[in-house]
Ligand binder design. Structure first.
Ligand SMILES: *Cc1c(COP(=O)(O)O)cnc(C)c1O
Length: 378
């Protein structure tokens, strides 16, 4: 544990903890930030003794610094990976051969594709279920190995009731995983709601500047933590020292960036909903969202992604994405800059995602500038 928070992290608010967690011991002359450790190997201890590090694929100082921060924020032990999909693959690998994974039909395309491939190859069985239907979920969980929740879901922003779903899973001995990328540890803490593992694409809001790829899996269960670490070593998916250092630097300002983005998103969602050129607006912070009640209960803010469908359909969506001047047409979410994308332009996107759906990742720019760019080109 770091000594910059001498009484531990529980005493302070998350906005304080993100600033102080994961720093070197507070001793005179010590650096305030963990230096970037560019070494693949470490001097070994005499046989029979252990050293903190031996080979960087197993672990290194910058991974540990970020892990101590993310673990404390989520309330578990963190393992960081070279990408969100690295964390997700290691987590899926916990499922025994032939075991069933219960998952929604829509969600992050990489996860949906990975689980579909695993099902086709016989590695595991995929059971698709509508998470809003708790009776259907209960049935699907019978004899399953893992429940995969993603809330809010990318890109449809469907909301899953984490506490209700994990209660059903736990009663049946099913491991629950929550992809909490769209919430971050500051908005929802899935472990405290009953999930066994939380996964993040650290690439998105946690790192926050669209300049690196990284993932994390966090669990309070020591055996699951061991499995995840072994998976990382075996599959060679550790995060690099520079990326881990950058992600920790990004984490320091997460509350500021997230507040700005969430406030902007709520304001834009309201304006878009009132605009006749827009046919549908999906944003968990709107009372019209079917998951609004659950979102209000389990989210401290409503996130920074809005999905819209225009009255003009696909061609209007394409025109908007290609004509905006301030919003950047591009994939991904969670950076300080606002991004816009018609998801189905990619053939890997699920056909369950409406073809005209536009995903808006709202950044920290001035909200009037963001609005006037949309307004001018809608
Ligand atoms: C981007 C994303 C991922 C994948 O993360 P990468 O860092 O791109 O590998 C997983 N889940 C969600 C919800 C995402 O948005």
């Amino acid at each position: 544990m770091d000594s910059h928070t001498p009484d531990g992290h529980a005493r302070f608010a998350a906005a304080t903890n993100v600033v102080h967690l994961g720093r070197p011991p507070r001793i005179p002359g010590a650096p305030v930030n963990t230096p970037i450790s560019l070494s693949s190997t470490y001097v070994a201890a005499p046989e029979g003794e252990t050293a903190p590090y031996s080979y960087a694929r197993e672990s290194h100082e910058n991974a540990v610094a970020l892990e101590s921060a993310l673990g404390a924020l989520e309330g578990g032990l963190a393992t960081v990976f070279g990408s969100g999909m690295g964390a997700i693959s290691a987590t899926l690998d916990i499922v025994p051969h032939g075991g069933a994974i219960v998952i929604a039909s829509v969600g992050y395309s990489g996860t949906i594709t990975a689980v579909a491939r695993g099902d086709e190859s016989g590695r595991y069985e995929r059971r698709i279920v509508d998470m809003r239907d708790l009776r259907a979920l209960e049935q699907a969980l019978s004899g399953a190995a893992m429940l995969w929740i993603e809330t809010p879901a990318n890109p449809t922003l469907d909301i899953t009731d984490i506490a209700a779903a994990t209660r059903l899973a736990r009663a049946r001995g099913v491991i629950t995983v929550a992809d909490s990328t769209f919430s971050t540890p500051l908005i929802t803490r899935p472990l405290s709601l009953g999930a066994d593992i939380v996964v993040h694409s650290v690439t998105k809001w946690i790192a926050g500047h669209s300049d690196l790829l990284m993932g994390a899996a966090i669990t309070a269960d020591a055996a699951l933590h061991d499995r995840l670490r072994l998976g990382r070593v075996a599959w060679g998916s550790v995060a690099g020292p520079f990326e881990a250092w950058l992600a920790l630097r990004g984490l320091r300002t997460l509350p500021l960036r997230l507040n700005a983005s969430c406030n902007n998103a709520l304001e834009l969602a309201r304006r878009l909903e009132a605009d006749p050129r827009v046919a549908t607006v999906r944003y968990p912070g709107l009372a019209s969202h079917p998951g609004h009640g659950i979102a209000t209960a389990q989210m401290a803010q409503f996130g920074a992604v809005i999905a819209i469908e225009l009255a003009g359909g696909i061609s209007a969506a394409q025109r908007l994405c290609e004509s905006v001047e301030l919003w950047t047409p591009g994939t991904s979410v969670g950076g300080v800059e606002s991004l816009i994308e018609r998801r189905r332009r990619w053939e890997f996107e699920s056909v369950e995602t409406p073809a005209e759906l536009i995903r808006l990742s709202v950044g920290i720019e001035d909200v009037e500038d963001l609005w006037s760019d949309l307004d001018r080109h809608l």
